[in-house]
Design a protein. Structure first.
Length: 428
């Protein structure tokens, strides 16, 4: 046995000690949080399915099952204020109660899955140590995603070009959420996290994911974390320059225009040379059906069935705002927006009053994640992918309430009502 500070073998013992410390920190993270992280990475990697079901399907079913099991296990009460999302849940479950087809039930379950996961996470015991370990795991997840890029693109063997097409869309959503987290960390005087943000922002450009490129860059100057306006203006200018540089890349030009080249002035919907993958035609075809039932919509999964009946060889409209209007009408879309707005406001209150920097980072990340969500909803099907974005997003939100409530701050100081007046102050 060598002493802990061995002169003969200092580096190996230090590395082993570091690994033990990392493992001991990881063990403190609540189990359901680990499940969400692992399944999210499994979905991004494109893991194999089982029994005829895709691996990405298991990536949201498993966290949902674990979350439901958490409600049966004796543990502290739910700390997250369910009242915030009650109107949206009422709309989704109200429509889901009349569902008959399997895909209608599946869509309903997928829409509420992130909220159920978030409620279960808020029941866990999470203090500053657990939150620090979670932030460390997010960096490990970022490294894993880059390894996934290298493995899936065969760059390590030098035989295939980078780019997955549609199969990389979900992974881009995950990397963008991590970019949101690292942008907030950087704004909270952890400047090295800006390098992690840059690493995540580079992935959408490499995979030529147009919306992901814009969102991953926009979340930096528009982060919810406190940042001086001069810094925001500077970051906005730098982000604009970075997007322009990415726009001029040959791979992006080929993805944007049928001719393989174009200018900023060509980015108009009426330009026939703009490669929209028929999005504009699909959206226009959905508008007459939306106008037929504008207030309450056609029910869960109706957009999927409507596209099939219209002759489109696609399963999704690639616009979640239109999906919400088609399925749940103006009432449902308004409920979603109002609930999300109240959630953002409540997280801002917690972040503004919390003493723990980890709670503030995760709270600001929760707020900024909705900015990314709203932008993705314009051209993608992000609310249909809880396995790539929603589960991890509400896990972050659940951790904020888990650490801020249930006795780990001043007794009874966390308001269960989002408009209550009691302050939120994390004990040191």
């Amino acid at each position: 046995m060598y002493p802990s500070r061995s002169i003969a073998f200092p580096h190996s013992l230090q590395r082993a000690s570091s690994l033990r410390r990392v493992f001991s920190e990881v063990r403190t993270v609540p189990g359901i949080v680990l499940v969400v992280l692992v399944t999210t990475l499994y979905a991004g990697f494109g893991g194999p399915g089982l029994g005829g079901f895709a691996g990405s399907g298991f990536a949201w079913i498993v966290p949902l099952a674990v979350a439901l099991f958490c409600f049966l296990w004796p543990r502290p009460a739910v700390a997250a204020p369910l009242l915030i999302w009650l109107p949206w849940l009422a709309v989704v479950l109200g429509h889901g109660g009349a569902a008959h087809e399997r895909y209608e039930i599946q869509r309903t379950t997928m829409f509420i899955c992130p909220m159920i996961v978030g409620l279960a996470v808020s029941m866990c015991r999470a203090g500053p140590r657990q939150l620090r370990a979670f932030l460390m795991l997010c960096k490990f997840a970022a490294v894993f995603l880059w390894l996934t890029i290298l493995f899936r693109s065969h760059l390590v063997f030098g035989s295939a070009p980078l780019g997955w097409g549609a199969s990389g869309a979900g992974l881009v959503m995950t990397t963008t959420l991590l970019a949101v987290l690292f942008a907030v960390e950087g704004a909270m005087n952890r400047t090295k996290s800006f390098l992690w943000w840059l690493a995540m922002a580079a992935i959408p450009s490499l995979l030529v994911a147009r919306t992901g490129i814009v969102v991953s860059i926009v979340v930096l100057p528009f982060t919810a974390a406190p940042l001086r306006w001069l810094w925001r203006l500077g970051l906005l200018c730098c982000g604009g320059g970075l997007m322009l540089a990415v726009f001029m890349l040959p791979s992006v030009q080929q993805k944007m225009f049928y001719s393989g080249e174009g200018e900023l002035a060509d980015l108009t919907w009426d330009n026939p040379g703009l490669r929209t993958n028929a999005r504009n035609a699909i959206w226009e075809a959905m508008l007459p059906d939306i106008a037929k039932r504008p207030w309450f919509g056609h029910g869960p999964g109706a957009a999927f069935e409507g596209l099939k009946m219209s002759g489109w060889a696609v399963d999704h409209p690639h616009n979640d705002w239109l999906r919400l209007l088609y399925n749940y009408g103006i009432i449902g879309c308004a409920a979603f927006l109002i609930c999300a707005g109240i959630q953002m406001y409540h997280l801002l209150r917690i972040a503004g009053s919390a003493v723990s920097v980890e709670v503030r980072i995760l709270a600001y990340t929760g707020v900024s994640s909705f900015v990314a969500l709203f932008l993705f909803m314009i051209t993608d099907n992000i609310i249909n992918y809880p396995n790539f974005f929603g589960n991890l997003q509400f896990t972050i939100i659940g951790l904020v309430y888990a650490a801020s409530g249930m006795g780990r701050i001043g007794a009874g100081s966390l308001p269960m009502h989002p408009f209550a007046s009691r302050p939120v102050t994390m004990l040191a």
